[in-house]
Design a protein around this ligand. Structure first.
Ligand code: V47
Length: 353
Protein backbone atom coordinates (compact mmCIF):
# COMPACT_ATOMS: atom_id res chain seq x y z
CA UNK A 1 0.00 0.00 0.00
CA UNK A 2 1.40 3.42 -0.82
CA UNK A 3 1.97 5.91 1.95
CA UNK A 4 -0.92 8.14 0.91
CA UNK A 5 -3.43 5.28 1.15
CA UNK A 6 -1.90 4.14 4.39
CA UNK A 7 -2.44 7.59 5.91
CA UNK A 8 -5.97 7.85 4.54
CA UNK A 9 -6.75 4.40 5.98
CA UNK A 10 -5.65 5.63 9.39
CA UNK A 11 -2.62 3.35 9.50
CA UNK A 12 0.44 4.41 11.44
CA UNK A 13 3.54 5.41 9.48
CA UNK A 14 7.13 4.71 10.54
CA UNK A 15 10.22 6.91 10.75
CA UNK A 16 11.34 6.42 7.11
CA UNK A 17 7.84 6.98 5.77
CA UNK A 18 7.47 10.12 7.86
CA UNK A 19 10.78 11.48 6.58
CA UNK A 20 9.78 10.75 2.99
CA UNK A 21 6.73 13.00 3.39
CA UNK A 22 9.04 16.01 3.09
CA UNK A 23 9.48 14.97 -0.58
CA UNK A 24 5.74 14.77 -1.26
CA UNK A 25 4.03 17.48 -3.30
CA UNK A 26 3.44 20.42 -0.96
CA UNK A 27 -0.29 20.73 -1.58
CA UNK A 28 -0.89 16.98 -1.51
CA UNK A 29 0.82 16.83 1.87
CA UNK A 30 -1.28 19.75 3.13
CA UNK A 31 -4.45 18.08 1.91
CA UNK A 32 -3.55 14.82 3.68
CA UNK A 33 -2.94 16.62 6.96
CA UNK A 34 -6.15 18.58 6.47
CA UNK A 35 -8.12 15.36 5.99
CA UNK A 36 -6.92 14.17 9.39
CA UNK A 37 -7.60 17.57 10.94
CA UNK A 38 -11.15 17.57 9.59
CA UNK A 39 -11.75 13.99 10.73
CA UNK A 40 -10.70 14.94 14.26
CA UNK A 41 -12.02 18.49 14.57
CA UNK A 42 -13.98 19.51 11.48
CA UNK A 43 -13.61 23.25 10.88
CA UNK A 44 -13.15 24.08 14.55
CA UNK A 45 -10.11 26.10 15.54
CA UNK A 46 -9.55 26.26 19.27
CA UNK A 47 -8.08 29.10 21.28
CA UNK A 48 -8.15 30.23 24.87
CA UNK A 49 -8.10 33.52 26.70
CA UNK A 50 -4.86 33.35 28.55
CA UNK A 51 -2.07 35.43 30.04
CA UNK A 52 1.60 34.48 29.99
CA UNK A 53 3.60 35.47 33.07
CA UNK A 54 7.39 35.10 33.08
CA UNK A 55 8.37 35.93 36.67
CA UNK A 56 12.17 35.94 36.36
CA UNK A 57 14.77 35.96 33.61
CA UNK A 58 17.77 35.14 35.78
CA UNK A 59 18.98 31.75 34.64
CA UNK A 60 21.58 29.22 35.74
CA UNK A 61 21.49 27.68 32.27
CA UNK A 62 22.97 29.03 29.06
CA UNK A 63 20.89 27.85 26.10
CA UNK A 64 22.33 29.28 22.90
CA UNK A 65 18.91 29.94 21.34
CA UNK A 66 17.55 31.90 24.28
CA UNK A 67 17.27 35.68 24.14
CA UNK A 68 15.11 35.89 27.25
CA UNK A 69 17.59 34.99 29.98
CA UNK A 70 19.58 37.90 31.33
CA UNK A 71 23.07 37.82 29.86
CA UNK A 72 25.55 39.95 27.93
CA UNK A 73 23.07 40.53 25.11
CA UNK A 74 20.12 41.13 27.41
CA UNK A 75 21.47 42.86 30.53
CA UNK A 76 18.12 43.45 32.25
CA UNK A 77 17.79 40.91 35.04
CA UNK A 78 14.48 40.92 36.90
CA UNK A 79 12.63 38.84 39.47
CA UNK A 80 9.03 39.66 40.23
CA UNK A 81 7.63 39.83 43.73
CA UNK A 82 4.61 37.66 44.43
CA UNK A 83 2.54 40.80 45.03
CA UNK A 84 3.32 41.93 41.48
CA UNK A 85 2.25 38.57 40.09
CA UNK A 86 -0.95 38.60 42.15
CA UNK A 87 -1.75 42.11 40.87
CA UNK A 88 -1.47 40.80 37.32
CA UNK A 89 -3.71 37.80 38.06
CA UNK A 90 -6.27 40.03 39.78
CA UNK A 91 -6.30 42.38 36.81
CA UNK A 92 -6.58 39.72 34.10
CA UNK A 93 -9.25 37.86 36.06
CA UNK A 94 -11.53 40.86 35.63
CA UNK A 95 -10.85 40.75 31.88
CA UNK A 96 -11.99 37.22 31.10
CA UNK A 97 -8.63 35.45 31.33
CA UNK A 98 -9.12 31.81 32.33
CA UNK A 99 -5.55 30.52 32.28
CA UNK A 100 -2.24 31.85 33.55
CA UNK A 101 0.76 30.27 31.86
CA UNK A 102 3.68 30.78 34.23
CA UNK A 103 7.18 29.98 33.02
CA UNK A 104 10.42 31.26 34.49
CA UNK A 105 14.12 31.02 33.89
CA UNK A 106 16.18 28.88 36.29
CA UNK A 107 16.93 31.36 39.04
CA UNK A 108 19.28 29.86 41.66
CA UNK A 109 18.72 32.61 44.25
CA UNK A 110 14.99 32.78 44.97
CA UNK A 111 14.50 29.65 47.08
CA UNK A 112 12.14 26.87 46.04
CA UNK A 113 9.11 28.42 47.76
CA UNK A 114 9.26 31.51 45.56
CA UNK A 115 8.56 29.13 42.67
CA UNK A 116 5.83 27.13 44.40
CA UNK A 117 3.97 29.44 46.80
CA UNK A 118 2.64 31.64 44.04
CA UNK A 119 0.55 28.79 42.62
CA UNK A 120 -1.09 28.22 45.98
CA UNK A 121 -1.79 31.93 46.39
CA UNK A 122 -3.40 32.10 42.95
CA UNK A 123 -5.57 29.04 43.63
CA UNK A 124 -6.70 30.38 47.03
CA UNK A 125 -7.70 33.78 45.68
CA UNK A 126 -8.80 32.68 42.19
CA UNK A 127 -9.81 29.00 42.44
CA UNK A 128 -11.37 29.06 38.96
CA UNK A 129 -8.12 30.23 37.30
CA UNK A 130 -6.27 27.40 35.52
CA UNK A 131 -2.60 27.39 36.48
CA UNK A 132 -0.39 26.03 33.72
CA UNK A 133 3.11 26.20 35.09
CA UNK A 134 6.64 24.85 35.32
CA UNK A 135 8.23 23.29 32.28
CA UNK A 136 10.07 20.00 32.66
CA UNK A 137 13.26 22.06 32.39
CA UNK A 138 12.22 24.01 35.50
CA UNK A 139 11.22 20.81 37.31
CA UNK A 140 14.65 19.35 36.57
CA UNK A 141 16.38 22.57 37.67
CA UNK A 142 14.43 22.68 40.97
CA UNK A 143 15.11 19.00 41.64
CA UNK A 144 18.85 19.38 41.07
CA UNK A 145 19.24 22.69 42.83
CA UNK A 146 17.24 21.75 45.92
CA UNK A 147 18.32 18.07 46.06
CA UNK A 148 14.87 16.64 45.52
CA UNK A 149 13.59 13.83 43.32
CA UNK A 150 11.31 14.50 40.35
CA UNK A 151 8.53 12.77 42.27
CA UNK A 152 8.97 15.14 45.19
CA UNK A 153 8.86 18.21 42.98
CA UNK A 154 5.84 16.91 41.10
CA UNK A 155 4.03 16.15 44.36
CA UNK A 156 4.76 19.72 45.46
CA UNK A 157 3.34 21.04 42.19
CA UNK A 158 0.14 19.09 42.70
CA UNK A 159 -0.11 20.14 46.37
CA UNK A 160 0.40 23.78 45.45
CA UNK A 161 -2.27 23.82 42.76
CA UNK A 162 -0.54 23.46 39.40
CA UNK A 163 -3.27 22.22 37.05
CA UNK A 164 -1.28 21.37 33.94
CA UNK A 165 2.26 21.53 32.62
CA UNK A 166 3.31 23.54 29.58
CA UNK A 167 5.34 21.90 26.83
CA UNK A 168 8.43 24.08 27.01
CA UNK A 169 12.00 22.87 27.31
CA UNK A 170 11.62 19.93 24.93
CA UNK A 171 13.61 21.76 22.23
CA UNK A 172 14.94 18.90 20.06
CA UNK A 173 15.38 15.46 21.60
CA UNK A 174 18.31 14.36 19.44
CA UNK A 175 21.19 14.28 21.93
CA UNK A 176 23.86 15.74 19.63
CA UNK A 177 21.78 18.71 18.56
CA UNK A 178 20.57 19.19 22.10
CA UNK A 179 24.12 19.23 23.39
CA UNK A 180 24.98 21.88 20.86
CA UNK A 181 22.03 24.19 21.53
CA UNK A 182 21.41 23.75 25.27
CA UNK A 183 24.08 21.65 26.92
CA UNK A 184 23.61 21.12 30.64
CA UNK A 185 19.82 21.55 30.64
CA UNK A 186 17.31 18.73 31.27
CA UNK A 187 18.15 15.81 28.96
CA UNK A 188 15.64 14.41 26.49
CA UNK A 189 15.19 11.26 28.55
CA UNK A 190 14.62 13.31 31.71
CA UNK A 191 12.17 15.63 29.93
CA UNK A 192 10.10 12.63 28.86
CA UNK A 193 10.43 10.98 32.29
CA UNK A 194 9.08 14.10 34.04
CA UNK A 195 6.07 14.29 31.72
CA UNK A 196 5.47 10.57 32.16
CA UNK A 197 5.42 11.02 35.93
CA UNK A 198 3.04 13.99 35.58
CA UNK A 199 0.72 11.97 33.35
CA UNK A 200 0.82 9.05 35.78
CA UNK A 201 -0.80 11.34 38.34
CA UNK A 202 -3.71 11.78 35.93
CA UNK A 203 -2.54 15.21 34.79
CA UNK A 204 -2.26 16.67 31.31
CA UNK A 205 0.57 18.51 29.60
CA UNK A 206 1.71 19.78 26.23
CA UNK A 207 4.86 19.09 24.23
CA UNK A 208 6.83 21.49 22.06
CA UNK A 209 9.55 21.17 19.44
CA UNK A 210 11.95 24.00 18.69
CA UNK A 211 12.84 23.87 15.00
CA UNK A 212 14.31 25.97 12.24
CA UNK A 213 17.79 26.30 13.75
CA UNK A 214 20.63 23.78 13.29
CA UNK A 215 18.49 20.64 13.38
CA UNK A 216 17.76 18.57 10.27
CA UNK A 217 14.48 17.04 9.12
CA UNK A 218 15.65 13.70 10.56
CA UNK A 219 15.84 15.23 14.03
CA UNK A 220 12.30 16.58 13.81
CA UNK A 221 10.94 13.17 12.84
CA UNK A 222 12.93 11.53 15.64
CA UNK A 223 11.44 14.09 18.06
CA UNK A 224 7.91 13.26 16.92
CA UNK A 225 8.57 9.51 17.20
CA UNK A 226 9.71 9.84 20.83
CA UNK A 227 6.58 11.82 21.64
CA UNK A 228 4.35 9.25 19.93
CA UNK A 229 5.98 6.46 21.92
CA UNK A 230 5.36 8.13 25.29
CA UNK A 231 1.85 9.14 24.30
CA UNK A 232 1.06 5.48 23.53
CA UNK A 233 1.91 4.72 27.16
CA UNK A 234 0.29 7.66 28.96
CA UNK A 235 -2.11 9.52 26.66
CA UNK A 236 -1.23 12.60 28.71
CA UNK A 237 -0.29 15.09 25.99
CA UNK A 238 -3.07 17.42 24.92
CA UNK A 239 -1.23 19.28 22.20
CA UNK A 240 1.88 19.23 20.09
CA UNK A 241 3.35 22.70 19.54
CA UNK A 242 6.06 23.21 16.93
CA UNK A 243 7.93 26.42 17.88
CA UNK A 244 9.60 28.24 15.02
CA UNK A 245 13.06 29.39 16.05
CA UNK A 246 13.34 33.20 16.40
CA UNK A 247 16.72 34.43 15.32
CA UNK A 248 17.40 37.68 17.17
CA UNK A 249 19.51 38.53 20.24
CA UNK A 250 20.88 35.08 20.92
CA UNK A 251 24.06 33.05 20.52
CA UNK A 252 22.89 30.45 18.00
CA UNK A 253 24.12 31.25 14.54
CA UNK A 254 22.12 29.71 11.72
CA UNK A 255 22.91 29.79 8.01
CA UNK A 256 19.46 30.64 6.68
CA UNK A 257 16.11 31.15 8.38
CA UNK A 258 13.56 28.42 7.82
CA UNK A 259 11.06 29.01 5.00
CA UNK A 260 7.29 29.15 5.30
CA UNK A 261 7.16 26.12 3.00
CA UNK A 262 9.29 24.09 5.42
CA UNK A 263 7.28 25.28 8.44
CA UNK A 264 3.99 24.24 6.84
CA UNK A 265 5.39 20.88 5.75
CA UNK A 266 6.60 20.25 9.30
CA UNK A 267 3.17 21.16 10.67
CA UNK A 268 1.47 18.81 8.22
CA UNK A 269 3.88 15.94 8.88
CA UNK A 270 3.46 16.29 12.63
CA UNK A 271 -0.33 16.11 12.22
CA UNK A 272 0.13 12.85 10.30
CA UNK A 273 2.81 11.28 12.54
CA UNK A 274 1.25 12.18 15.87
CA UNK A 275 -1.89 10.18 15.30
CA UNK A 276 -2.34 9.77 19.06
CA UNK A 277 -2.09 13.46 20.04
CA UNK A 278 -5.44 15.19 19.72
CA UNK A 279 -4.39 18.77 19.03
CA UNK A 280 -1.81 20.48 16.84
CA UNK A 281 -1.15 24.01 17.95
CA UNK A 282 0.11 26.64 15.51
CA UNK A 283 1.64 29.02 18.03
CA UNK A 284 1.15 32.36 16.27
CA UNK A 285 3.84 33.94 18.44
CA UNK A 286 6.61 32.09 16.64
CA UNK A 287 4.99 31.37 13.28
CA UNK A 288 3.39 34.85 12.83
CA UNK A 289 -0.38 35.19 12.87
CA UNK A 290 -0.57 34.95 9.07
CA UNK A 291 1.22 31.64 8.87
CA UNK A 292 -0.72 30.31 11.86
CA UNK A 293 -3.90 31.03 9.91
CA UNK A 294 -2.57 29.18 6.86
CA UNK A 295 -1.48 26.31 9.14
CA UNK A 296 -5.16 25.66 9.78
CA UNK A 297 -5.17 24.08 6.30
CA UNK A 298 -2.02 22.08 7.07
CA UNK A 299 -3.30 20.20 10.09
CA UNK A 300 -3.37 22.78 12.88
CA UNK A 301 -6.59 23.07 14.89
CA UNK A 302 -5.45 25.34 17.71
CA UNK A 303 -3.98 28.84 17.69
CA UNK A 304 -3.08 29.03 21.42
CA UNK A 305 -4.62 32.21 22.74
CA UNK A 306 -4.68 35.92 23.21
CA UNK A 307 -1.61 35.77 25.53
CA UNK A 308 -1.73 39.49 26.41
CA UNK A 309 1.96 39.63 27.24
CA UNK A 310 4.86 37.40 26.32
CA UNK A 311 8.55 37.79 27.09
CA UNK A 312 10.44 34.66 25.97
CA UNK A 313 9.88 34.66 22.22
CA UNK A 314 9.46 38.41 21.87
CA UNK A 315 12.98 38.79 23.29
CA UNK A 316 14.20 36.83 20.25
CA UNK A 317 12.29 38.90 17.71
CA UNK A 318 8.68 37.63 17.77
CA UNK A 319 5.93 40.28 17.57
CA UNK A 320 4.15 38.93 20.63
CA UNK A 321 5.08 41.27 23.47
CA UNK A 322 1.51 42.53 23.85
CA UNK A 323 -0.53 39.54 22.73
CA UNK A 324 -3.39 39.89 20.29
CA UNK A 325 -6.81 41.53 20.54
CA UNK A 326 -9.58 38.99 21.15
CA UNK A 327 -12.11 40.37 18.64
CA UNK A 328 -9.46 40.70 15.97
CA UNK A 329 -8.19 37.17 16.63
CA UNK A 330 -11.68 35.70 16.34
CA UNK A 331 -12.34 37.72 13.19
CA UNK A 332 -9.16 36.42 11.55
CA UNK A 333 -10.07 32.80 12.27
CA UNK A 334 -13.59 33.34 10.87
CA UNK A 335 -12.34 35.15 7.78
CA UNK A 336 -9.99 32.30 7.01
CA UNK A 337 -12.95 29.93 6.82
CA UNK A 338 -12.74 28.23 10.22
CA UNK A 339 -14.93 28.26 13.32
CA UNK A 340 -13.33 29.93 16.35
CA UNK A 341 -14.04 27.89 19.48
CA UNK A 342 -12.95 29.23 22.82
CA UNK A 343 -11.72 26.35 24.96
CA UNK A 344 -10.50 25.92 28.48
CA UNK A 345 -6.97 24.72 29.15
CA UNK A 346 -7.86 21.04 28.79
CA UNK A 347 -9.97 21.50 25.65
CA UNK A 348 -13.48 21.61 27.08
CA UNK A 349 -15.45 23.89 24.77
CA UNK A 350 -16.53 27.18 26.36
CA UNK A 351 -18.01 29.17 23.50
CA UNK A 352 -18.35 28.98 19.75
CA UNK A 353 -17.61 32.53 18.56
O1 V47 B 1 10.96 26.18 25.99
C1 V47 B 1 13.21 29.98 23.53
C2 V47 B 1 11.25 28.39 23.24
C3 V47 B 1 9.75 27.92 24.83
C4 V47 B 1 13.36 30.71 21.52
O2 V47 B 1 2.53 24.42 26.49
C5 V47 B 1 12.25 29.87 21.60
O3 V47 B 1 0.83 25.51 25.71
C6 V47 B 1 11.77 30.24 19.40
O4 V47 B 1 7.11 26.35 25.61
N1 V47 B 1 12.86 31.03 19.26
C7 V47 B 1 8.76 28.52 25.78
N2 V47 B 1 11.46 29.64 20.55
C8 V47 B 1 7.39 28.65 25.13
C9 V47 B 1 6.60 27.38 25.27
C10 V47 B 1 5.14 27.40 25.02
C11 V47 B 1 4.58 28.42 24.30
C12 V47 B 1 3.21 28.41 24.10
C13 V47 B 1 2.40 27.44 24.58
C14 V47 B 1 2.97 26.42 25.31
C15 V47 B 1 2.07 25.38 25.87
C16 V47 B 1 4.34 26.37 25.53
O5 V47 B 1 10.14 28.92 23.93
C17 V47 B 1 11.05 27.41 25.38
C18 V47 B 1 11.89 27.34 24.13
O6 V47 B 1 11.73 26.11 23.50
N3 V47 B 1 12.20 29.41 22.85
N4 V47 B 1 13.93 30.76 22.73
C19 V47 B 1 13.67 31.30 20.28
N5 V47 B 1 14.76 32.07 20.11
Amino acid sequence: MNIRDKILNGQRIDYDEALSLYEMDFFELGALANTIREKKHGKKTYFNINRHINPTNICADTCKFCAYAANRKNPNPYTMKHEEIMDIVKDVDTRGVKEVHIVSAHNPDTGINWYLDIFKRIKIEFPHMHVKALTAAEVDFLARHYSKSYDEIIDLMVENGVDSMPGGGAEIFDEKVRDYICKGKVTSEQWLEIHQKWHERGKKSNVTMLFGHVEKREHRIDHMMRIRELQDKTNGFNAFIPLVYQTENNYLKIEAPITANEILKTMAISRIVLDNVAHLKAYWVTSTVNLALVSQEFGANDLDGTIQKESINSAAGAASANGVDLEEFVGLIKNSGFTPVERDSVYNEIKVW
